[in-house]
Ligand binder design. Structure first.
Ligand code: GTP
Length: 261
């Protein structure tokens, strides 16, 4: 039930598995340890959503809730210039595309709550085609510490964000950090990668420990879950939850042109 639209990630295998990309109208979660590339992925998606439709974009604005002040327009412009040189060489294009990304930096859970209510109005007024929340867990853990994550039910926020996605029919992407797995867990959740660029099936239920990070309500609210992780010096994106695809894993790299498979 994605209301028929997708934001292509331009990561070919992933787009194919997702039947076109990040679906409209539902929540997509990116989870993984610190430094794995969740923000890099979100910056790339923001750029792709802001591109004109003639260039394969959604020709819209993006609202980016940047809780930990990690987004920079310098990096956005670098990713655009390196990955889409033919578009970004057009004079003024880089600045225009970066200017379409509206960055909000709520300083507390209270401000985050207020931002969400304002966003509900802005999405319709300003042709917003993508909402990014980077990161949801950080909103709580910054104010109350990591231990508070499970106790501090974000019930209202979760329901509100899900209904925002459904009402506006735009893709909503939310990141969450998980701490690195212990050795035992890493072993338990291990999977075999065949060769670079080739998808591999992973056992179902392997990411059950991730579900606990924001609680069961959150786990159920999310339609697509992408798990980013590193193994033997390589980074992988795993399609851990999807109504349409088996669990697949794709190796990826981060370069000056952003995330690529
Ligand atoms: P947390 O917010 O700490 O949970 O991490 P994250 O998953 O959001 O990680 P992020 O997206 O910030 O990725 C950090 C990684 O991206 C770094 O380890 C670098 O490998 C890579 N990276 C970040 N900036 C650049 C850049 O400007 N150029 C290149 N080539 N790589 C970068």
């Amino acid at each position: 039930d994605n209301h028929g639209g997708h934001l292509p990630t331009r990561l070919k295998g992933l787009d194919k598995a997702l039947c076109g990309g990040i679906p409209f109208g539902v929540l997509t979660e990116l989870v993984g340890p610190a430094g794995i590339g969740k923000t890099q992925f979100c910056m790339k998606l923001s750029l792709l959503a802001s591109l004109p439709t003639s260039c394969g974009g959604l020709n819209g604005r993006v609202i980016y809730i940047d809780v930990e002040s990690k987004l920079t327009s310098r990096r956005i412009i670098e990713i655009g210039t390196e990955s889409l040189p033919e578009i970004f060489q057009i004079k003024g294009m880089a600045q225009e595309m970066a200017g379409r990304i509206l960055v909000l930096r709520p300083a507390s859970l209270h401000e985050f709550t207020e931002s969400l209510q304002q966003i509900k109005v802005s999405i319709f007024q300003h042709q917003v085609k993508l909402l990014v929340i980077d990161s949801m867990a950080a909103v709580v853990s910054r104010d109350y510490g990591h231990a508070a994550l499970r106790q501090h039910s974000l019930g209202w926020h979760i329901s509100f964000i899900k209904s925002l996605a459904e009402l506006s029919r735009i893709p909503v992407v939310v990141t969450n950090q998980v701490r690195s797995q212990s050795r035992d867990e890493a072993c338990h959740y291990s999977f075999q990668a065949q060769s670079r660029g080739k998808a591999t099936e992973v056992p179902a239920g392997y990411d059950s420990h991730l579900v606990a990070a924001l609680g069961i309500h959150w786990a159920h609210a999310v339609t697509i879950r992408l798990v980013l992780e590193a193994k033997s010096g390589e980074r992988f994106i795993k399609l851990a939850k999807s109504p349409i695809s088996p669990p697949l894993a794709f190796p990826f790299t981060i370069t000056s042109s952003g995330i690529s498979l």
